[in-house]
Design a binder for this molecule. Structure first.
Ligand code: CDP
Ligand code: CDP
Length: 231
């Protein structure tokens, strides 16, 4: 069967990675979490003291970009690839609210995007890939056979993300998660380089009132139609 590229973009916490993993598993495709790469660079910047609430030393980060190695290793038990920063597994650390609070600032830096888009294109060069992010259908794979654009109300998204963080033991408030979600939405949609925008040929899905299963079935149906169309 011919392999395709599937691009899933959208706002923070809309369920992109959940459905992307499900679709990749179903098709036997590779799933790539492009947000994890921006999060890994953010973790590096925090650990190296390059970014804080008061300050962001953008020039130093750009200067050190070549020293940042991001890789993925498939974890059989989890069923997806975990993120490694300079050889260290950082899968859990990159998901904290602290990393989320700085990541959109890091993602505004064109040199950061240049480095990561190059890796992303390389990962998808043989097709058979489902990648989620903000600019996958517009910049990374403008020729993707299927492009999905996910939306949901900010409150619903914050509720879902809050629950996820509390379940894993993080000590946070719903209000702080909602603030982060809306702040990131703003920066991601207003930045100059590769802003979050629906690609003209993307199919928009609002999942505010869709369960995970309903959302999966809806997207799976689109995948089937796309595959039938190219055979
Ligand atoms: O999972 P969540 O939607 O909260 O975020 P993510 O996909 O892990 O992405 C984290 C951040 O990385 C986003 O808020 C964007 O600022 C940035 N990002 C980006 O600029 N371009 C991408 N292709 C993916 C993520
Ligand atoms: O990747 P992205 O940030 O877009 O979202 P995610 O990490 O896949 O989903 C964020 C949270 O919302 C997860 O805990 C999902 O299980 C949950 N979710 C949900 O409950 N119902 C949906 N229709 C979509 C996501």
């Amino acid at each position: 069967m011919k392999k395709i590229t599937i691009a899933i973009d959208g706002y923070s916490s809309t369920g992109k990675s959940t459905v992307a993993k499900q679709i990749a598993k179903h098709l036997g495709y590779v799933y790539v979490d492009s947000g994890a790469m921006y999060r890994a660079i953010t973790l590096y910047a925090i650990e190296e003291g390059l970014i804080s609430k008061e300050d962001f030393n953008k020039e130093a980060l750009i200067y050190r970009l070549d020293q940042i190695d991001i890789s993925f290793k498939f974890n059989e038990a989890l069923g997806f690839a975990e993120t490694y920063l300079n050889g260290k597994n950082v899968e859990k650390q990159i998901r904290t609210l602290e990393v989320s609070s700085f990541v959109s600032k890091i993602a505004e830096v064109s040199k950061v995007r240049e480095k990561l888009v190059k890796i992303q294109k390389q990962l998808g060069k043989d097709k058979g890939v489902v990648m989620d992010g903000r600019d996958i259908g517009t910049v990374v794979f403008p020729n993707a056979a299927l492009k999905i654009f996910m939306t949901a109300s900010a409150e619903k998204r914050a509720e879902r993300r809050y629950k996820e963080l509390v379940d894993r033991g993080d000590n946070i408030t719903y209000e702080s998660v909602l603030k982060n979600v809306t702040e990131r939405d703003y920066i991601d949609t207003h930045r100059e380089d590769s802003p979050l925008v629906k690609a003209e040929d993307a199919i928009e899905i609002d999942n505010s009132d869709l369960t995970l299963e309903a959302q999966y079935q809806k997207i799976l149906a689109l995948v089937r139609i796309t595959l039938e169309g190219i055979e």
